[in-house]
Design a protein around this ligand. Structure first.
Ligand SMILES: COc1ccc([C@H]2[C@H](O)[C@H](O)[C@H](C)N2C)cc1
Length: 449
C-alpha cells in the first residue's frame, strides 16, 4: 500500500442513487460534433487517413486554415429535437456530447475564449438546446470535455521551461473556469466525460486536478466523473499507484469490450464505440467495416452482461443533420430494444458460466435472468448452468411470455432450454425465473475422479 495524497478517494462502486441509475442505463449515445464535421475527413479532394475529428493534426491543412473554419460553422439543418428523438427511438438512456474537442472550439458561448459558437455565423448556444431536448426525452446528459486544447496559447504537451509553466498556469485556470462555467450553465448534466488528459503537462498536475475534481463534486453533488480525468502524484492514470480505480467508473474501454468479468475488476465502466472502425467526427467516406445492427446489439448485450454500459457514437454532419446510415442504425437498434430492452435496462452481471449461445443478464434487485441469444446451436437446446440449490421455475421467450419453454434438467444444476423453432434471424431473449431447488436426490452420483 503506497501512501498517496492524490490517488483514488474511494474503494469500490459508488452506492448513491445517481450512480445506481447510471449503472442501469445499459445503452447510451455519444455525439461528436464540431468544426471537424465541415471537412468531414477530406481536404481539397484528398482524404485524411486518421480519425476525422483529428484532421487539424494532419499536415494536409495549415493549422490557421483549419482554425478559420469557425467562420464557416452555420449548421442550418441542426435540430436538437430531432437528435434527441433519434436517441429516444434507439433506446438510449444517456448521451455524452462534445462541448469542446481537442481543437478547442466551444459549442457553448464560453466567456473565457473567443473560439466559440458565439463568434461563428451560427452565433447561438448549441449546448443549451441539446441539453434541453435530451432532458425532454428523459435522456440524461453527460458533457464530454477535452482538457487538451490546441487553440489555447497556454496549452503545452509538457512543461520544460519557466515560460511553459507560466503559460500552463494560465491554461489550468482557463480549464477550471470553463468547467465551472459548464456546470453552471447546464445544471441538469449528470457528469463529465474527460478526454485529452494523456500528455505529461496534465499528468504533472496531480494536486491541481485532484482539487479541481473535489471542487466540481462539491459544486454539483452527485456529479459523475470517470477514470480519465486525472493522474495520481506518480503519474498513474485510470488506476492509481495502488491499483485502485480513479473516479467513478472505468473509461478505458474505448472501441473495445472486456471478455470476462475479471477484466472489469469489480468497477463500473462504459464502452464507447464507433460505427466505422475509428471515426468519431463526421467522415464523408463511410469506409472500412461498418458495424451492423446485429453486431452492435451483440456488443450492447456483452457490455451489460459484464456489468457495463454500451455507448454508440454518432457524428452529425457539418450542416447539423445526422447521416442517414446512423439514423437507420438507430431505428434498427430501437426496433429490437422495443421488444427486448427489459433484458438491457437496469440489468447486471448474472454470475453464471458463459455459454456459446450468447449472454446472460440479471435484473438488478431481482432473481430474474435473461438469456440474450445470438447463436442458436444446431441442437436447438440452450445450455444453462445455475448456482447450486437453484432450479428453473419458468422459462419463456420475452417476446411470447405465454408460451412456456421446456427446461430439461440434465443434472443437478444443468439444464437444456429446448427452443420450439430454432429459425432465428434475429437475436432474441429467453427469460428464466429461477426458484429454490426442492431437496430431491440427484440421480447421477458425482464422479469420483
Ligand atoms: C491518441 O489517440 C487518440 C486520442 C484521442 C482520441 C479521442 C477521439 O478523438 C474521440 O474523441 C475519443 C473518444 N477520444 C479517445 C482518439 C485517439
Amino acid at each position: 500500500q503506497i501512501e498517496l495524497k492524490h490517488g483514488s478517494h474511494r474503494i469500490g462502486k459508488r452506492t448513491d442513487a445517481v450512480m445506481q441509475k447510471w449503472r442501469g442505463y445499459g445503452l447510451g449515445q455519444f455525439i461528436h460534433w464540431g468544426l471537424y464535421a465541415i471537412p468531414g475527413g477530406e481536404w481539397n479532394g484528398k482524404q485524411y487517413n486518421g480519425a476525422a475529428e483529428w484532421i487539424r493534426s494532419w499536415n494536409g491543412i495549415p493549422k490557421s486554415t483549419y482554425d478559420s473554419l469557425i467562420y464557416k460553422f452555420n449548421p442550418v439543418n441542426f435540430n436538437a429535437e430531432e437528435w434527441a428523438v433519434t436517441a429516444k427511438q434507439m433506446g438510449a438512456r444517456y448521451v455524452t456530447i462534445t462541448t469542446k474537442h481537442h481543437d478547442g472550439f466551444c459549442l457553448w458561448p464560453s466567456k473565457y475564449t473567443r473560439y466559440t459558437i458565439a463568434n461563428s455565423p451560427w452565433k447561438k448556444d448549441i449546448m443549451k438546446p441539446l441539453v434541453d431536448a435530451y432532458d425532454k426525452q428523459g435522456i440524461d446528459v453527460i458533457l464530454y470535455f477535452s482538457v487538451m486544447d490546441w487553440n489555447h496559447p497556454g496549452w503545452r504537451y509538457d512543461i520544460k521551461t519557466k515560460e511553459d509553466s507560466i503559460a500552463f498556469e494560465g491554461f489550468k485556470q482557463f480549464t477550471r473556469n470553463q468547467l465551472l462555467e459548464l456546470l453552471t450553465l447546464y445544471p441538469t448534466a449528470k457528469g463529465l466525460w474527460f478526454d485529452g488528459t494523456w500528455d505529461k503537462s496534465w499528468i504533472k498536475q496531480a494536486a491541481f486536478a485532484d482539487e479541481l475534481e473535489t471542487e466540481m463534486r462539491k459544486f454539483r453533488p452527485g456529479l459523475i466523473i470517470g477514470s480519465r480525468f486525472r493522474a495520481d502524484e506518480n503519474g498513474k492514470r485510470h488506476f492509481d499507484s495502488n491499483g485502485v480505480l480513479m473516479g467513478d467508473y472505468e473509461q478505458g474501454w474505448e472501441r473495445k469490450i472486456p471478455n470476462k468479468i475479471e477484466d472489469v475488476h469489480g468497477n463500473d465502466w462504459d464502452c464507447v464505440m464507433t460505427v466505422p472502425e475509428n471515426q468519431w467526427g463526421y467522415n464523408k467516406a463511410w469506409k472500412g467495416h461498418i458495424k451492423t445492427r446485429n453486431e452492435l446489439l451483440e456488443m450492447t448485450a456483452k457490455c451489460v452482461s459484464l456489468g457495463g454500459n454500451f455507448v454508440l457514437n454518432f457524428g452529425p454532419q457539418g450542416d447539423g443533420a445526422i447521416r442517414k446510415e446512423e439514423k437507420q442504425l438507430a431505428a434498427q437498434i430501437g426496433d429490437w430494444m422495443k421488444t427486448n430492452s427489459e433484458a438491457i435496462y437496469n440489468c447486471e452481471y448474472a454470475g453464471l458460466e458463459k455459454q456459446d449461445w450468447g449472454y446472460f443478464t440479471k435484473k438488478t434487485g431481482s432473481d430474474k435472468l435473461y438469456m440474450i441469444v445470438f447463436n442458436v446451436p444446431v441442437s436447438g437446446a440452450l445450455k444453462v448452468k445455475l448456482p447450486a440449490n437453484t432450479s428453473i421455475g419458468k422459462s419463456y421467450l420475452l417476446a411470447q411470455p405465454a408460451q412456456l419453454l421446456n427446461a430439461e434438467e440434465i443434472s443437478g444444476t444443468e439444464y437444456f432450454i429446448h427452443l420450439k423453432n430454432t429459425a432465428a434471424g434475429n437475436p432474441f431473449v429467453v427469460v428464466l425465473e429461477p426458484t429454490a431447488k426442492k431437496a430431491s436426490g440427484n440421480t447421477y452420483d458425482k464422479a469420483k475422479t
